[in-house]
Design a protein around this ligand. Structure first.
Ligand code: SF4
Length: 124
């Protein structure tokens, strides 16, 4: 407060400052609670996994192109093959009660071990 500030100016200053002090954290909380950062911090869809990598969405363009399904039982062409026994798969963790791992085709995402796609390749 400067020396020239009168009583009304002082209370106006305090009210505005208090308003910012109350509103700013509320706005920041709302922004961060909906952000990808917050989702990652919460662990995505699996808190135990730390949410580091998202699951492949079967509706993604690449997933559709290779006919990826989250359960090989839904793919007549799988013929007993699935991600967990594919050469492109590396087991990482459990998601939603199912084994999940990385796949060379889907960089930065996980596929389900019981999943399958048309690019299945016999494990060496
Ligand atoms: S390439 Fe292999 S691990 Fe990747 S989605 Fe297809 S079957 Fe699963």
């Amino acid at each position: 407060m400067n020396n020239n500030m009168n009583r009304r100016g002082f209370f106006s200053f305090v009210a505005k400052t208090a308003g910012i002090a109350v509103v700013a954290p509320t706005v920041l909380t709302a922004v961060f609670s909906n952000s990808a950062f917050a989702q990652k911090k919460r662990g995505g869809d699996n808190p135990a996994a730390g949410g580091a990598m998202p699951m492949v969405d079967p509706n993604d363009a690449v997933a559709k192109a290779v006919k990826y399904v989250e359960d090989a039982k839904n793919a007549p062409d799988a013929k007993g093959n699935h991600c967990a026994n594919c050469g492109f798969y590396v087991k990482k963790e459990t998601r939603n009660g199912k084994e999940a791992g990385t796949c060379t085709i889907f960089a930065g995402k996980l596929v389900y071990g019981p999943g399958w796609c048309a690019s299945w390749n016999k494990k060496a």
